[in-house]
Design a protein around this ligand. Structure first.
Ligand code: PLP
Length: 226
């Protein structure tokens, strides 16, 4: 399927999920995760009117980003090693996987301009050992300590739900992330406006939208896997 057709059908499904829950579809941003696909397919996504592109590796991701200097808003969605921050900074507009202070410290050190990097704090809501992220109980304290790194701006929270057959099974994780987001947002920290929720992938984005996602990260259902 062409990216355009996939995008239209995903937008339709998002509209429907929004209708069910009284949300505005404009509040949901689709990030096309191009980690599996070629430069050509990424170009097709940008031509289809998709503005947000997500990559999970600095290698490959950086080259793709450099191939489209004036196009798109770029999201780094994978786990990020501190030594790769230098290549990531300046190329990507958002980081979805801030999960430790040492990473914030490195971002501070490598930061180039006056604009902070827009970051999502990754929260391990499900508690699976295989998943990265701060535990929900420690999230508030973690965000408070990020105040020391003005190069980091906490725009929201991100989570990866467990892989399940029935997307309804992950609804509690998404609603838990939303509750946490609400708690942080209420504090009005200048360094952490924390209004966004990055959650939902190909298999569960409708449930994520119903639970308040403002960024869904969609790979296989949108651009495919090869
Ligand atoms: C690969 C990936 C996605 C997209 O996964 P699909 O199931 O193909 O939609 C979303 N988020 C992260 C962090 C990923 O690594």
């Amino acid at each position: 399927m062409g990216v355009k057709e996939n995008f239209l059908s995903i937008q339709e499904r998002i509209r429907h999920a929004c209708e069910k829950t009284g949300r505005e579809p404009e509040a949901v941003n689709v990030v096309a995760v191009t980690k599996y696909v070629s430069l050509e397919r990424t170009r097709e996504a940008l031509h289809a009117g998709i503005r947000h592109i997500g990559e999970n590796r600095v290698e490959g991701g950086a080259e793709k980003r450099d191939a489209f200097p004036d196009r798109g808003t770029w999201h780094f969605i994978g786990s990020l090693q501190s030594r790769k921050v230098k290549r990531m900074i300046g190329r990507f507009d958002y980081l979805h996987s801030l999960d430790r202070l040492s990473l914030a410290k490195e971002i501070q050190k490598r930061s180039e301009g006056p604009e902070p990097l827009k970051c999502f704090v990754q929260v391990n809501v499900s508690g699976e050992e295989s998943k990265a992220g701060i535990s929900p109980d420690e999230t508030m304290a973690f965000i408070q300590s990020l105040r020391e790194y003005p190069a980091v701006q906490v725009v929201g929270l991100m989570t990866m739900a467990p892989a399940v057959d029935n997307p309804e099974d992950v609804r509690p994780y998404f609603s838990k992330l939303r509750e946490l987001r609400d708690e942080v947002e209420k504090r009005n920290y200048p360094h952490a406006p924390c209004r966004e929720l990055s959650m939902g992938m190909s298999g569960d984005f409708e449930v994520a939208v119903e639970e308040g996602a403002t960024f869904v990260r969609i790979g296989s259902a949108l651009v495919g896997t090869s």
